[in-house]
Design a protein around this ligand. Sequence first.
Ligand code: AMP
Length: 172
Amino acid sequence: MDLKSLIRDIPDFPKPGILFRDITTLLRHPEGLRYTIDLFAQKILDAQLKADYVVGIESRGFMFGTPLAYKIGAGFIPVRKPGKLPAAVHSIEYQLEYGTDCLQVHQDALNPDSRVLIVDDLIATGGTAKATAQLVNKIGCQLVGFGFIIELRDLQGRQNLPDVPIITLVEY
Ligand code: AMP
């Protein structure tokens, strides 16, 4: 199945000069969705990445991370923007092009011996995934890898990530 044909390109969103890769058209396609999750899980298994938990990044990381966790027999843990998680949290601040952003995870969601796979829909500069890895490291967990549906290769985001396997399905 040609996944690229199910991903919609929106020029100049959310601001001029950005070509937005819209995965809502992939999610709404029954066979496309099933194929994507099955292939994602297969690649994780082929790479022998054994995770206790999939850590998904708000919000599109939830859409792919939760069914992936189900398929590989892991639990799912959301990493969210500030003010969304109800219990005590660990936080990490990270640099954006302009200013800073913050991500949080529940303090009791992970243990130091947890094996973690970080998932998002797309890697661009890698800043978001890197910050999530730092959050996981702060807790002392073992990061086994990253999974993304889409990789924007020109931005070389993977160079910003720690040296663990990176699984991707579609490259631009
Ligand atoms: P980055 O931290 O630069 O790797 O950006 C990754 C995050 O921004 C992911 O959560 C993506 O969903 C989103 N993102 C960045 N660039 C794009 C793009 N061109 N199309 C769709 N989403 C994007």
